[in-house]
Design a protein around this ligand. Structure first.
Ligand SMILES: Cc1ncc(COP(=O)(O)O)c(C=O)c1O
Length: 468
């Protein structure tokens, strides 16, 4: 055995103690760490050494080389993308994932598949989904959308009497997908699935909204003449956090043949609070559902769930036939249900956080985040410097500069956001909403308090001078 491995294995307790020291140092400073780091122009290259440094020295070198440029993206004033933090319980669980290092392919040599199944059950309860929804953990909402759309594709095959998983989709007419405001990852998933980005038909939305106009959707479905298709319903759009009417879309299935996939990557968490639950009414009628864990559940990257009430189709698509693997199809034989074969037991952080904070803990996080988004939205709306582009429905805000729209450029928005990033008090991301260059805020972190949004609001106002 290599001498460093021998030495490190003897010193593993000391190594982990040092990691704990570094973790505590980082977490203690997270509330004041610049929300978005300003990176060095150039990092000196590193070369593979012959002997290696040993683990403790590697830790020291890593800290020196990188830690100064870690952003506060897990902290309370990072409002870019849709980024949750990590609850203490989720962190504890996540560390143990690597310690236990179980390969959750689903073999019955370990309790791992049972843990994943149990966690999915807890999540089903959290989201109020009926028992027939089964699922799995995947790496993120993009992969969850991929799985949902793969199931939709397979279902269309069954309607046409063809097993696409066996024969492929060669020679068939393009499968049509209808959606009002799909997330970019839906296009990516369609590209990966061979259905193509252009298979999406964008259906007009309600006036001043990102929610699909269901009566127009019905007209499009009517024109399909009974040819089965897919509808991607959106429960929480990234720009304005708008919600399709899921009940109304589900009702269309009494007259038209389509697979209903709901992308509820973060909007699904509206169901945690009686105050916001109505946004996702009808979720329980979906054929497949995407919900992210590394967003509002506040577990570390990379974890999301896919749910479906058609698990048999899932086994048709993802079955992995090999002599050395158990071929039984069951809810825990994940090797036959997921895009991966070998899999990290990424359910553990979710299990920890759900057990630690329960239903009320998540209602509190969701309601507090939404209340803070409302507060910040009100300041923006009342200010003569900015203009709110959409009402604040949940945890997101979409706004722009209060000036003639033609004068606002995406470069101006980026310059302004760069200044905010350099100042370090808040991190926001740019967007274009209905052709207007704009700014997004997403408050999704369990750490965020009223004091944080007040600091953020001061920074947002101070940064404005740069744009002008
Ligand atoms: C609605 C929606 N769908 C899908 C995604 C993609 O998520 P991920 O980055 O976890 O793959 C996001 C990310 O923000 C999202 O908001």
């Amino acid at each position: 055995m290599h001498k460093n491995l021998i030495e490190d294995s003897k010193q593993i307790a000391r190594l982990l103690d040092n990691v704990v020291v570094e973790a505590n140092r980082f977490l203690a400073g997270l509330d004041t760490l610049p929300a978005g780091a300003v990176l060095p122009k150039k990092h000196d290259p590193v070369y593979l050494s012959a002997e290696g440094l040993g683990a403790n020295q590697t830790l020291e070198y890593f800290k020196k080389r990188y830690v100064a440029w870690m952003s506060g993206s897990a902290g309370p004033r990072y409002y870019g993308l849709v980024t949750g933090g990590v609850t203490p319980a989720a962190l504890a669980g996540d560390w143990l994932v690597s310690v236990y290092d179980q390969n959750n392919v689903g073999a019955d040599e370990s309790i791992a598949p049972q843990i994943e199944l149990e966690t999915l059950g807890l999540l089903r309860e959290l989201f109020g989904l009926p028992e027939q929804y089964e699922g799995s953990f995947v790496t993120g909402a993009t992969m969850s959308n991929f799985v949902g759309l793969a199931l939709g594709r397979q279902w269309i095959g069954t309607q046409m009497g063809v097993n696409f998983a066996e024969k492929g989709i060669w020679g068939i007419e393009p499968i049509r997908i209808f959606s009002g405001t799909p997330h970019s990852s839906v296009y990516k998933a369609l590209s990966m699935l061979g259905m193509g980005r252009k298979a999406i038909t964008i259906v007009p939305c309600l006036p001043e909204r990102e929610a699909v106009d269901v009566s127009i959707l019905e007209e499009y479905l009517k024109k399909q003449n009974n040819i089965p298709c897919i509808v991607v319903a959106n429960a929480g759009t990234v720009n304005t956090v708008d919600f399709d009417d899921l009940n109304a879309i589900a009702e269309l299935r009494t007259r038209y043949k389509f697979w209903m996939h709901v992308d509820a990557a973060f909007g699904g968490f509206a169901s945690c609070s009686p105050q916001y639950r109505t946004f996702v009414q009808g979720l329980e009628f979906a054929d497949s559902i995407t919900i992210d864990a590394h967003k509002w559940l506040n577990v570390p990257y990379d974890a999301a769930m896919q749910f479906t009430c058609h698990q048999a189709l899932q086994a048709e698509v993802f079955q992995n036939a090999a002599e050395y693997l158990d071929q039984e199809i069951s809810s825990t034989n994940y090797v036959h249900l997921t895009p991966e074969n070998s899999r990290r037991l990424r359910a553990i952080p979710s299990w920890f956080t759900l057990m630690a904070y329960g239903r009320q803990g998540y209602a509190e996080i969701v309601e507090r985040n939404c209340r803070l988004a409302q507060w910040l939205g009100t300041q923006i709306n009342d200010s003569d410097m900015f203009e709110l582009l959409s009402p604040v429905r949940l945890n997101g805000i979409c706004f722009t500069f209060a000036t003639e729209k033609e004068k606002i450029t995406i470069e101006g928005v980026r310059k302004y956001l760069k200044k905010l990033q350099e100042d370090g008090d808040v991190f926001l991301t740019p967007t274009i909403y209905k052709s207007v260059p704009a700014i997004r805020v997403s408050i999704t972190n369990w750490r965020t308090t009223q004091e944080d949004v007040e600091i953020a609001w001061r920074a947002i106002q101070q940064g404005i001078n740069v744009q002008r």
